[in-house]
Write a protein that binds this ligand. Structure first.
Ligand code: ATP
Ligand code: MG
Length: 131
């Protein structure tokens, strides 16, 4: 997902360029907005964390771009491309270093395992929207 902060700040094109230039293939993509229910379900693993309410407010405040992307070693390579959760700790040249503003408003989401990538892909897309 390209999160609401990065969409608001006009970084959709820049982020998609970083992703495709790094060798990822886009197999599904849409411009949409999460409901409260969607965001709570998507980030359910964090429901007990102190920042959960803030995270749900943030993720629902405007449109996002959501996509399924493919590559060899995609999960690890994408997490390397996006950088650390906190942009202050993200490596030079990473998407979060370039485009994120804070640990909460950090421009992009990446799946943390192949298993969760499959679950998250199904959360956002019907089978006929995946190419
Ligand atoms: P994501 O799952 O969005 O790709 P991540 O895997 O790098 O991010 P997680 O630990 O899964 O980080 O946290 C999920 C999201 O919750 C973060 O991307 C960020 O938006 C928010 N978040 C995490 N830690 C904090 C915090 N300490 N304060 C505020 N928001 C936070
Ligand atoms: Mg995560």
């Amino acid at each position: 997902m390209i999160k609401p902060d990065a969409v608001e700040n006009g970084h959709v094109g820049g982020i998609l360029d970083k992703i495709t230039s790094a060798g990822f293939k886009i197999v599904a993509m849409k411009y949409t907005q999460l409901s409260k229910r969607d965001a709570k379900a998507f980030y359910a693993v964090h429901s007990e964390r102190p920042f959960f309410g803030e995270l749900v407010e943030f993720m629902t405040r405007g449109p996002i771009v959501t996509a399924i992307i493919e590559k060899e070693n995609a999960v690890d390579d994408f997490r390397a491309l996006i950088g650390a959760t906190n942009p202050a700790e993200a490596a030079e040249g990473t998407i979060r270093k370039l485009y994120a503003t804070s640990i909460g408003e950090n421009a992009v989401h990446g799946s943390d395992s192949d298993e969760n990538a499959a679950i998250e892909g199904d959360f956002h897309f019907a089978g006929r929207e995946i190419y």
